[in-house]
Design a protein around this ligand. Structure first.
Ligand SMILES: C[S@@+](CC[C@H](N)C(=O)[O-])C[C@H]1O[C@@H](n2cnc3c(N)ncnc32)[C@H](O)[C@@H]1O
Length: 218
């Protein structure tokens, strides 16, 4: 893991941005998945004025969904091209174009932090740093919601994104469900809900976690 994975990922998502947007326009699998996430948030939403941070919003589809529920949405997106598309899709969100690891927010300010299809872009050491930040930024009764694919074994490396016409390489840490669940609890998160979802369009199995922070670090 000596290569500069952040620059490689930034370049990859800059190249993929327009294809990404087309792919998810009328994508049955993705739409169903957005519905699961919308329900995941709405059933945990206590007050009316709430704040959400989305890490790596891509083209901004989820931000738009939550904007429509009057949620105050902020997002941090590494790729400039993705950030531009997200701004067009969700004009009422604050979009910061930066690496989330370089960004500072005040403590205890978000009711929800979302990282959809994002944690696999980080090696374990940087993911630990990111989770520490998330714990600080999240309110005591807040939720961290993430998803990633379930894999036969946990492994890391530079992989081409297989389901895109443009073949670009980016860093990926592929997690196996049991390893990820144990890792998250070691970092001080408890699982409030875990849903397995097989995307009928891509055939991939996704793990969707709703997490609460705890003071127990194993
Ligand atoms: C697989 S895409 C997922 C996009 C969207 N969340 C979705 O589920 O469709 C991963 C996104 O995370 C962004 N990302 C990756 N590393 C990041 C980082 N260090 N800081 C902020 N965003 C990052 C990428 O640029 C990309 O837009």
């Amino acid at each position: 893991m000596v290569k500069d994975y952040i620059s490689i990922n930034k370049k990859a998502y800059d190249i993929l941005a327009s294809e990404y947007k087309e792919k998810y326009k009328n994508n049955e699998g993705a739409n169903y998945f957005y519905k699961i996430l919308e329900d995941f948030v709405l059933k945990r939403k206590k007050e009316s004025a709430i704040k959400m941070l989305e890490i790596g919003p891509g083209t901004g589809t989820l931000l738009k969904i939550f904007e429509n529920h009057n949620i105050k949405t902020t997002a941090v997106e590494l790729s400039e091209n993705m950030a531009t598309l997200a701004k067009q899709t969700s004009p009422n969100s604050v979009i910061i174009n930066d690496n989330i690891l370089n960004v500072k927010f005040l403590n205890n300010q978000f009711d929800f932090i979302l990282a959809m299809a994002v944690i696999h872009n980080f090696p374990e050491n940087d993911l630990i740093k990111l989770l520490k930040k998330i714990k600080l930024w999240l309110k005591e009764d807040g939720y961290f919601i993430l998803d990633t694919t379930n894999n036969k074994i946990t492994e890391s490396g530079y992989f081409e994104k297989e389901d895109y016409d443009t073949r670009v390489e980016r860093y990926r840490r592929k997690w196996k469900k049991e390893d990820l669940s144990e890792f998250l609890s070691k970092q001080g998160f408890e699982i409030d809900e875990l849903v397995n979802y097989k995307d009928p369009t891509s055939g991939k199995e996704w793990l969707i976690y709703a997490l609460k922070k705890t003071n127990n670090m194993l």
